[in-house]
Design a protein around this ligand. Structure first.
Ligand code: NDP
Length: 273
């Protein structure tokens, strides 16, 4: 029998998740149907109930419902607890299991796909929202020399630093506090690019071998990537690989088989001129 899965968010726009999971299912011979469900902003829990009643086995969750997904779960993974948010759910009997694969998706893309080991690197993380919270513990597991977290709202960067100070060399600050040096990896985990907004950062953060990673995807050349390229950065990458890698983690969690990701990343990557 065909098992039902979905992505739930609002707005969903032209979500790539059904394409990604259809490709995974075809490649691994899994009999699943995957749909996109735009839940009402005030009706996430109801939409989840309806999907479960209709036989739904699991779902991906995207903005703005990741906190609500975490709250309605009966069992949360340590990654979901650390992030305080869930981006994948699995329904098992009366239980709702919550996971968060955003951080692992990001790190897999950087280390496995882009072949950029984070060990001993100076890493700058811009932003301290949901995606950043999920990423920090996974980045620290990779043993960077130092992780610097910068956020517009300083208190969020401070609380993230305090939460993880025991797990590595973690510094934090506001944009005005940014040190005057080059980082090996600069990750834009803010949502500024979704609105075409530039961040108050200097080109001097980027060196010739720096990896400039933009979590947003499908936005063309963002102001962040533009700055990085003008600075002559080694590589400037958007978040398509992260999207596909977190999807592969969810697929494996649901189905017990990990799909290959390379061809799917290639299929949805839009080259930036
Ligand atoms: P949140 O809303 O949780 O956090 C937004 C963050 O961006 C906050 O740190 C906020 O700062 C900061 N921010 C927003 N606007 C500005 C600005 N103009 N200047 C400086 N900082 C700003 O969003 P998420 O963490 O969920 O998402 C962040 C980004 O990551 C989005 O672009 C999203 O699309 C992308 N993403 C990509 C994924 C992928 O698979 N590729 C997966 C998940 C997210 P403050 O705290 O001060 O408000």
């Amino acid at each position: 029998m065909t098992d039902r899965y979905a992505v739930m968010g609002n707005p969903l726009g032209h979500t790539k998740s059904p394409f990604i999971h259809d490709r995974f299912a075809a490649a691994t011979g899994q009999d699943i149907a995957y749909e996109a469900i735009e839940a009402p902003l005030d009706g996430f829990a109801r939409a989840v109930d309806a999907f479960r009643s209709g036989g739904g086995k699991g779902m991906n969750v995207t903005a703005p419902f990741k906190l609500e997904a975490f709250a309605l779960a009966t069992e949360c993974s340590s990654r979901a607890v650390q992030a305080g948010a869930a981006n994948a759910l699995l329904f098992r009997g009366n239980d709702v299991l919550a996971e968060n694969f955003d951080g692992v998706g990001l790190v897999r893309d950087i280390e496995s796909n882009l072949r950029f080991p984070m060990r001993d690197c100076a890493v700058l993380l811009l932003g301290a929202g949901g995606a950043a919270r999920g990423a920090v513990p996974i980045i620290l597991e990779r043993g960077p020399a130092k992780l610097t977290i910068v956020n517009r709202t300083l208190s969020k960067a401070v609380s993230l630093r305090d939460q993880y100070a025991a797990f590595g060399d973690v510094a934090c600050g506001g944009y005005a506090d940014l040190p005057d040096n080059v980082f090996e990896i600069v990750i834009n985990a803010t949502s500024a690019s979704l609105y075409g907004q530039a961040l108050p950062i200097r080109a001097g953060l980027f060196g010739r071998t720096t990896l400039a990673y933009e979590l947003a995807y499908g936005k063309g050349l963002t102001p962040y990537q533009q700055l990085a390229r003008q600075a002559g950065v080694g590589r400037s990458i958007d978040g398509v690989g992260m999207l596909v890698e977190q999807a592969a983690e969810a697929f494996q969690w649901w189905r017990g088989v990990r799909p290959q990701t390379r061809s799917v990343i290639d299929a949805i990557t839009v080259p930036i001129a």
